[in-house]
Design a protein around this ligand. Sequence first.
Ligand SMILES: *[C@@H]1O[C@H](CO)[C@@H](O)[C@H](O)[C@H]1NC(C)=O
Ligand SMILES: *[C@@H]1O[C@H](CO)[C@@H](O)[C@H](O)[C@H]1NC(C)=O
Length: 352
Amino acid sequence: MSHTGGCGVPQTLWGAHGAVSPRRGWLGRCPRLRTLLLELLLVYVSVPFLIRLFPVILTKFIFLNFLAFPFFVDLRQPALLLNNTVSLRLATEPGVSVGIWHTVPGSRGAEARGQEQSWYEEALGDAHPVIIYLHGNGGTRAASHRVQFMKLMGAADFHIVALDYRGYGDSSGYPTESGFTTDVLALYDWVKARSGNSSIIFWGHSLGTGIATNAARKLQEERGVQVDAVVLESPYNSIREAAAHVPITTIYRQFPGFEYLILDSIALANMFFRNDENVKVLACPLLILHAEDDAVLPVQLGRKLFETARGAYKDKSKVKFIAFPKELGLGHDYISSNPELPALVKDFLNMK
Ligand SMILES: *[C@@H]1O[C@H](CO)[C@@H](O)[C@H](O)[C@H]1NC(C)=O
Ligand SMILES: *[C@@H]1O[C@H](CO)[C@@H](O)[C@H](O)[C@H]1NC(C)=O
């Protein structure tokens, strides 16, 4: 087959004649396209080596905190997105202060209107359970699926306290795995000091699942304190495993040295998020939620984590796995839009 000129659709990219053949292949006739393809190839090949040399690059890809969507939202004005909610700040260690939204239970909505932060703080002691919500990577606490979560669980009479970790949203500081744990434990202490005997639940979504189990484990190991429950929505077993499955790494999975150059570099950048190791240590009630049509972290990862936890827990009844059928179309981010969710969670927590 011969081309009639111009940049036709190639039969094979690096065709039998090659670009230097006297008959000049289609690329030979399009020098600019050839240059562009060569440049793309060079970038493609260089990226894994750059990552291995400078693993800290990976923190950008994994945390995505610089993608502060939704844009043009004033995080100090939650009322535009959510009722019964106040925005506050908490210093989690010297020099780091994080932004937080507190949504009070829907049954207190009428009272909450027009109230100051002090009223909200006092409301934490009203015996309703408190969810400390730990969001996934990218965006802020104002992202639509997170707001959806706060609406749904707030209406079901939970307090929800949602932070932007250091480096996210209006929080100061730089994102690190250990820094996230520090932020969450400071928030836990702040809540605990106000919530009396109410249950406190760590609820992690996606990247946040590793933050939830890190924090629960640290509480238990270093202070002998059990959080009242941990809920993991769309989890992974470790960040290394997550990176091997997320769509963004698809183009590198066949790349020679993918594991060494990319996956091993994640640990060099001090990112572990070992849900699998953490759940072996925990003893609190543990609920794992995963959608069968999750295209970011496949449902088998959640199931594997459940098996690990179930194998390790003495009291097997404390561990539960719920898979949401494909037909519901919940995917990676929208389990929080399932109207059955509050009932499932309350049933697990033995609440009315
Ligand atoms: C707040 O509640 C009012 C009254 O129920 C409702 O009309 C309004 O849409 C709610 N606002 C938001 C941001 O959800
Ligand atoms: C918490 O529980 C303990 C023991 O059941 C009880 O003595 C105490 O009064 C309770 N505190 C609050 C604030 O409800």
